[in-house]
Ligand binder design. Sequence first.
Ligand SMILES: [Zn+2]
Ligand SMILES: [Zn+2]
Length: 348
Amino acid sequence: MKALLLREYKNLELLDLPQPAPAAGEILVQVAACGICGSDVHGYDGSSGRRIPPIVMGHEAAGLVAATGPGVTRFKTGDRVTFDSTVYCGECPYCLRGEMNLCDRRQVIGVSCGEYRRAGAFAEYVTVPERICYALPDSMSFAEAAMLEPVSVALHAVKVSQIRGGETALVIGAGMIGLLTLQAARAAGSSRVLIADVDLTRLRLAESLGATETMLLSGDDLAREVVHRTGSGVDVALEAVGRNQTIQAAIHSVRKGGTVTLIGNIEPQITIPLQVVVSRQLRLQGTAASCGEYPQAIDLISRGEIQVRPLITAVAPLEDGARWFERLYAHEPNLMKIVLAPHPRLVA
Ligand SMILES: [Zn+2]
Ligand SMILES: [Zn+2]
């Protein structure tokens, strides 16, 4: 089968690799679409340490069931499916508590980090456990379905933020996750969602996707403006960048007793204004991947409550993958999601 292999850092090659066979409890997926994630681009040059070559990356995928291993009962050949990026064991204390994203034996599709290596979906075929698979409605295209993984991440961030309706929320960062988090917060009932970025094009997109207010501001100026506009600060700040300055801005933007949800994690260390967090009784809440939000993501996209099409910049054949990685790595402006199609006729 054709696969896009990260042979060494910054070197992707389209190669012929052996087609995997599904083991017991596994499904062989004929990959129709697989999105390039920011984490793939960070892995591409070795900076994250989570894509140690050689590795076939890709964890935001959808396709057709091509074969099933022994013991598979929920799916049959020809079914349209997507799968969780997290492979969880189903047996550890976290899995038994329903916190599959925190599984002690957690692996991520398309990641190699020293502890494990698991082939991803920038290939014609990939094998995944049946328990992480979800059926897709016929009405959903495979390119849209490749967005279910980041949508689930956004839904999980909103869930752990305990947004129930009526809140004023601030999203910092109008990249892919920020724009999906904005929509997830609206879908959860936030009555007012402000979003901030330093890129005007992205803010315009945010406006078209339901932001009530956009702000071309960062740092102290942003926090000051948020407090000015809301009177006392927002109920929840969802930080989708992960840098010292943006996290500080998030902390200074929430009201007393408010929540700062940390989604982005670019910088490994940041400083926090301790006295602000303690004396104003703020909640700093981390969020990791997703935990069972796929059915909700499928439902919200199907009903048009979350729009993913405006976020897809291009659907390109797998052959063009290396070139798209170069363009993403070079931070070419106005690129959002690039979806690679190992079987282009399936996404036509
Ligand atoms: Zn991802
Ligand atoms: Zn587990």
